[in-house]
Design a protein around this ligand. Structure first.
Ligand code: CUA
Length: 339
């Protein structure tokens, strides 16, 4: 919706856009309706009930129960309606579909770094295919940032030390603005990028044209060896640390008696602050890797742990840490970029 060169309203380019807009226009319409209604009534009553003689006294009103009930119940029902409608949209936005294409996002003063699962890295530019749900798993290297793509009607904070999520499914090929929507320092206004939505064929061509650095998981596997993680985390349960195979998504018991689900945040915490949540039956002997692993390195290690499905997979990954073929056989990793 453009008027000349001044965009009055962002383009609608995701499955969520029309739903958000529907609610938005309803709220604007509702507000306009009552604003106009009240303004008109004020004007009408001013004329109708104006003082006609200098010593005229207003009539007393001794309550009007019916009126009170009407103007309490109707707004209440409208508010409940808005609540239910908005909650429905909120839940749809916060629950990504089961099958998503995952992309990692690292924000820093003042740029956006995107990492695709099969190795492509981008700065301030994100290429995605049309018609496929994309989940962004986001963190920050320094302060709080916020990813906002108006054309998709999505926005979420990007917080240091945590992984936040955001998902969208683009419906139209094209280029869309991506903004940082949280004041993050002097160059905040320059922390912008674009999302390039491509037809599936064009996207495949773009993927194929990328630098072959190997998948995130295979880079993670290499880092896992470089940092000597493999000396303690062994697949044969003989190591001093827990076995990592088939661990992602599972619930584990801790020394403290609590349980925790192994997700991105838990793996990250275990690398940086290994003594916070020690797995039951293990000693708190793991050193911290704070300062030794970058945010990108953490993402690679997380993808590596996610890719560890069975013992045979490890054997496949180990000798061939350089190429994307390393975890070709992991069902969850095909087609590329899918998790
Ligand atoms: Cu990053 Cu504002």
């Amino acid at each position: 919706m453009r008027s000349g060169t001044i965009p009055l309203f962002p383009e609608a380019a995701s499955t969520m856009a029309s739903r958000v807009d529907g609610l938005y226009f309803f709220l604007v319409g509702l507000t306009a309706f009552f604003t106009i209604l009240i303004a008109v009534l004020i004007a009408v009553f001013m004329v109708k009930y104006k003082r006609r003689t200098p010593n005229e006294i207003g009539a007393r009103i001794h309550g009007a129960m019916a009126l009170e009930i009407i103007w309490s119940v109707i707004p209440l029902l409208i508010c409940f309606g808005i609540f239910a409608w908005a909650t429905d949209i909120f839940l749809a936005m916060s629950r990504p579909p089961a099958e998503t294409m995952n992309v990692y996002v690292v924000g820093k003063q003042w740029m956006w770094k995107f990492q695709h699962l099969d190795g492509q890295r981008e700065i301030n530019e994100l290429h995605v295919p049309v018609g496929r749900p994309v989940k962004l798993i986001m963190t920050s290297e320094d302060v709080i940032h916020d990813v906002s793509v108006p054309a998709f009607r999505v926005k979420a904070d990007v917080i240091p030390g945590r992984y936040s999520h955001l998902w969208f499914e683009a419906t139209k090929a094209g280029e869309y603005h991506l903004f940082c929507a949280e004041y993050c320092g002097t160059r905040h206004s320059g922390m912008v990028g674009r999302v390039v939505v491509m037809e599936p064929d064009d996207y495949q061509a773009w993927l194929a044209g990328g630098v072959q650095e190997g998948s995130l998981a295979s880079s993670g596997g290499k880092l896992f060896q470089d940092l000597a993680c493999n000396t303690c985390h062994r697949p044969d349960a003989q190591g001093r640390g827990p076995v990592l195979q088939n661990l992602f998504g599972k619930q584990v018991s801790l020394e403290s008696g609590e349980t925790v689900v192994v997700d991105e945040a838990y793996i990250r915490e275990s690398i940086l602050m290994p003594r916070t949540k020690v797995t039951a039956g293990f000693q708190p002997i793991m050193p911290t890797f704070q300062g030794l692993v970058s945010e990108e390195g953490l993402l690679e290690l997380i993808e590596y742990v996610k890719s560890l499905k069975t013992d045979s997979q490890v054997q496949a990954v180990r000798p061939n840490t350089g190429g994307p073929a390393a975890n070709e056989n992991t069902p969850a990793q095909t087609p590329p970029s899918r998790n």
